[in-house]
Design a binder for this molecule. Structure first.
Ligand SMILES: [Zn+2]
Length: 73
């Protein structure tokens, strides 16, 4: 098997694409958390604010979390 290398979406460092890498497509947990943090801190909210369907989307998210709760408990 040949080794596939892909650039980390966060730091652009090349990483080996392997099922042994739990953080792929990121190089490490840190880059993964940074990317998730970017979503949480609102870096991507500009697009959402321009979306007229935002309210509908948010309602769907609430329904999804309510639906999941009984499964967790
Ligand atoms: Zn990285």
């Amino acid at each position: 098997m040949s080794t596939v290398k892909v650039p980390c979406p966060q730091c652009k460092k090349k990483l080996i694409w392997s099922s042994d890498n739990p953080h792929r497509p990121f190089c490490c947990e840190r880059c993964k958390l940074i990317d998730l943090g970017a979503w949480a801190s609102g870096d991507y909210q500009i697009a959402a604010e321009m979306n007229p369907d935002e309210e509908e989307f948010s309602t769907g998210m609430v329904e999804l979390s309510n639906w999941r709760s009984p499964t967790i408990h």
